[in-house]
Design a protein around this ligand. Structure first.
Ligand SMILES: Cc1cc2nc3c(=O)[nH]c(=O)nc-3n(C[C@H](O)[C@H](O)[C@H](O)COP(=O)(O)OP(=O)(O)OC[C@H]3O[C@@H](n4cnc5c(N)ncnc54)[C@H](O)[C@@H]3O)c2cc1C
Length: 344
């Protein structure tokens, strides 16, 4: 059994497979295990209410959503049983429930015998579990957006399975994104979380040439905004907005981001506008991907499982189409499902 990708899904799949008596081989293209999980806030969560999950991600695959929603609490208990210590016992978000871990400690608990700098070969042995983290890098490059993910996930799993007849989900252009300070801001991986400009709901938003694009409403996670603004835009804040945003605005300025007096902008701004921040959309993970069933088997275009081929984590698409849900929960539950299916 070969697992490609040692992020959340691959690490979980390998750990569960070993527990069930299998001897998985875990290969990783990058120089470290952990994938984007290592860079994340590491809140592994689900919507508190099933109806809210459906309402927020209405175009997602209902069976996969149900699997994740129903299995997550037990899956979290399993992680804890391995020695992963939660740093928060809940998410501090009234809409959701889950646990937060320290991503480095969690990686250390899970990572064993990872073969680093070993990319998925063109013709791999079966059974194969694809856990390569989707194609955020490719999407960011194609669309001229920033990448807010590990640097290695560029669609290798997707291409491998597509070449063998895999079906793709809807939403291939969708991403879970964040708005970040635009270049020349210098953003290190370890600053992906604190530099998120997560106050768009209190800003008026303008394109670079001064056209207002403030939406009528912004979702609590603001991933919708990241998908909407295009490569770069201006967040314009009045005093009330700044009261919510000051810390993140200061963080943008501290890394060389462009933060100016609103009056200095070359277009008219609303009355009371005080400060403008030049921002850019960044791709964290892709939402579309391979079609899988609830056993993590990759499905061909005719809905039949492709023998010996599995996908977990965000290589599997269609879970949160149209909205936003926890990528780590998807990786945890589908990683377990793949291992359990293979163990029979
Ligand atoms: C800053 C940040 C904050 C986040 N916060 C949260 C959060 O709080 N909660 C949440 O649920 N989600 C969060 N996420 C998203 C979450 O990290 C991802 O959804 C999750 O890591 C996906 O797991 P995965 O195993 O599918 O992919 P990853 O964890 O990215 O792992 C994929 C692995 O595959 C490897 N790989 C790529 N190509 C190949 C190849 N060809 N061969 C072999 N290996 C390959 C990669 O190097 C990587 O190690 C955050 C992400 C970021 C970047």
């Amino acid at each position: 059994m070969l697992i490609a990708g040692a992020g959340m899904a691959g690490l979980v799949c390998a750990a569960r497979a070993r527990e069930l008596g299998l001897r998985p081989r875990l290969i990783e293209k990058g120089t470290r295990p952990g994938g984007s999980m290592l860079l994340s806030s590491c809140v592994v969560w689900r919507h508190l209410e099933w109806e809210d999950f459906r309402a927020e991600c209405p175009a997602g695959d209902e069976e996969l959503q149900r699997l994740i929603w129903e299995r997550l609490d037990d899956a979290l208990a399993w992680l804890v049983s391995l020695g992963a210590q939660p740093v928060w016992e809940d998410t501090e978000n009234p809409r959701t429930t889950g646990k937060r871990f320290d991503p480095h400690a969690l990686t250390q608990v899970l990572a064993r015998d990872v073969e680093l700098e070993t990319p998925l070969p063109e013709d791999a042995e079966a059974p194969l579990v694809l856990a390569t983290g989707g194609f955020p890098r490719r999407l960011a490059e194609e669309r001229g957006l920033l990448l807010r993910a590990n640097p290695w996930s560029d669609g290798a799993g997707l291409d491998y399975a597509a070449a063998r007849g895999a079906g793709l989900t809807d939403g291939m252009a969708e991403f879970y994104g964040r708005v970040m300070p635009a270049p020349p801001a210098h953003i290190r991986e370890e600053d992906f979380v604190p530099l998120s400009q997560l106050y768009g709901r209190w800003a008026r938003i303008f394109t670079d040439d001064g056209r207002e694009i403030t939406p009528a409403g912004v979702a609590w996670h603001e991933s919708d905004l990241a998908q909407r603004i295009g490569p770069t835009a201006w967040f314009v804040l009045d005093d009330a907005g700044l009261a919510h945003a000051q810390e993140r605005v200061d963080a943008a300025r501290a890394v060389g981001g462009t933060v100016v007096d609103a009056a200095a902008l070359p277009f008219e701004t609303p009355p009371g506008a005080r400060t403008a921040v030049h921002v850019a959309a960044a791709v964290t993970h892709t939402m579309g991907g391979l079609r899988v069933d609830t056993c993590a088997r990759v499905l061909a275009e005719d809905d039949r499982p492709i023998p010996g081929l599995y996908a977990a984590g965000v290589d599997a698409g269609g879970v949160a189409t149209g909205g936003y849900a926890s990528g780590l929960a998807q990786a945890l539950v589908l990683g377990l499902a793949a291992a359990e299916e293979l163990a029979g």
